[in-house]
Design a protein around this ligand. Structure first.
Ligand code: NDP
Length: 382
């Protein structure tokens, strides 16, 4: 009897995670099939993906590009557009797994659609948990939806926790590469260029998460993500700099034992695990040669040099919509830095400015979150 293929919908198929997910699917064609693909503006790549994977649903976020796409779609493919198109497609398409790999706040609403249908969510879009962690985790429980982490650190922790008891966790240890500026002084950070900030030592990723890695906001967002995924307070989540990016994260237990997950850095491994869990499948892309790695080192993070990391701990302490303000201000600041409008060191300044001036509400629901995101953008005239 032929095995039933799992149906996969990828939000953000033209991005770094989306492309890696399609690599995994290509390798396991007997186990998975694609039913939905989406892009913002990169319709050239989207159309190539459509020709190869023949999805039922295609969404183009940028409505002005819709005609270009519709003229080139195979018969029977359904094209939807805009923000509304993303939520409609995730609400109606027939899939088993939703790969949530849009970047930023845009991922929130379509991810919720998948959760409300009780689907498995392979979650890369960490911003969703940063802005609405409580809402998302409650909805996942209510609708019996499994949220499996794609972020390599959270996948590592998830793997370390297999067979363990929650009450016996002493702490989570999130590893961070330290980014391209780990060895630069705070003063030197003032003049770093966009090109330098985009040169990540170990990972090739989309531009937003690469800049987040350089400021270490990425680790701050991941700390908040871990807090919600694993139900632990921030004082039980440590950050350790590990420049080799071989140990993807660790869990320390009450008896002092520490478990770690190791592999060469390749996002296709955690993506595959989120798709195949609880099974593991062979692949051709993980090839960790421990004897060729000279050493594995661990260092304390510098919270004064990398203020964004501190700010992430601060907003979790403040609670309410504060993480949402931080997230929106960070998205705006990163975009301005990428457009050469502000200096690298202005990124935490913009975030502090927003946290001081945008109203923070203690009540968290979908309305207050959406309002808070738009108020923060209005504050910066976006
Ligand atoms: P990319 O920038 O490479 O891709 C983002 C995807 O989302 C693209 O398909 C893009 O379309 C689409 N998109 C961008 N903006 C919008 C929008 N406003 N509305 C709808 N679609 C949009 O990002 P990554 O793949 O690097 O990252 C995706 C998520 O995964 C992020 O949350 C990131 O933090 C997280 N992550 C990424 C890792 C990585 O290795 N890249 C590692 C761990 C987590 P288009 O191509 O047309 O612009």
């Amino acid at each position: 009897m032929e095995m039933q293929k799992k149906k996969v919908f990828i939000l953000g198929s033209t991005g770094s995670i989306g492309v890696s997910t399609l690599d995994v699917i290509r390798l396991h064609q007997n186990s998975f099939e694609i039913v939905g693909l989406t892009a913002n503006r990169n319709v050239g790549l989207l159309l190539k993906q459509v020709a190869e994977f023949n999805p039922k649903y295609v969404v183009v976020r940028e409505e002005s590009l819709a005609d270009k796409v519709s003229a080139n779609l195979p018969k029977g493919t359904i094209l939807l557009t805009g923000e509304e198109g993303l939520t409609t497609a995730t609400r109606v398409a027939n899939y088993d797994i939703l790969v949530s790999a849009l970047v930023g706040f845009a991922g929130l609403k379509p991810t919720i659609e998948g959760i409300k249908r009780g689907k498995r969510i392979a979650l890369a879009n960490k911003e969703t948990l940063v802005v609405a962690g409580e809402i998302i985790t409650n909805l996942a429980k209510e609708y019996n939806s499994e949220i499996l982490p794609v972020d390599s650190e959270h996948s590592a922790i998830f793997q370390c926790l297999a067979g363990e008891r929650e009450k016996e966790i002493e702490k989570l240890i999130l590893t961070a590469s330290g980014g391209p500026f780990f060895r630069k002084s705070k003063d030197e950070l003032k003049n770093v260029s966009v090109a330098e900030a985009l040169k990540h030592p170990n990972w090739e990723m989309g531009s937003k998460v690469t800049i987040d890695s350089a400021t270490m906001m990425n680790k701050g967002l991941e700390m908040i993500e871990a807090h919600w995924l694993f139900n632990l307070p921030p004082n039980k989540i440590d950050v350790t700099i590990h420049p080799q990016s071989i140990v993807h994260s660790m869990v320390e237990f009450v008896d002092g034992s520490i478990k770690a997950q190791l592999s060469s850095p390749d996002m296709r491994l955690p993506i595959q695990y989120a798709l195949t869990y609880p099974e593991r499948m062979q692949n051709s892309f993980t090839n960790t040669k421990l004897t060729e790695i000279e050493s594995l080192t661990f260092h304390k993070p510098n919270f004064t040099k990398f203020e964004c990391l501190q700010l992430a701990f601060d907003v979790l302490e403040i609670g309410g919509t504060a993480p949402c303000v931080l997230n929106a201000a960070n998205e705006i600041a990163v975009e301005r830095f990428l457009n050469n409008e502000i200096a690298f060191t202005a990124i935490p300044e913009l975030i502090k400015d927003a946290l001081k001036n945008v109203e923070i509400k203690s009540e968290v629901n979908l309305e207050t979150i959406i309002e808070c995101d738009s108020l923060t953008r209005k504050y910066f005239k976006v």
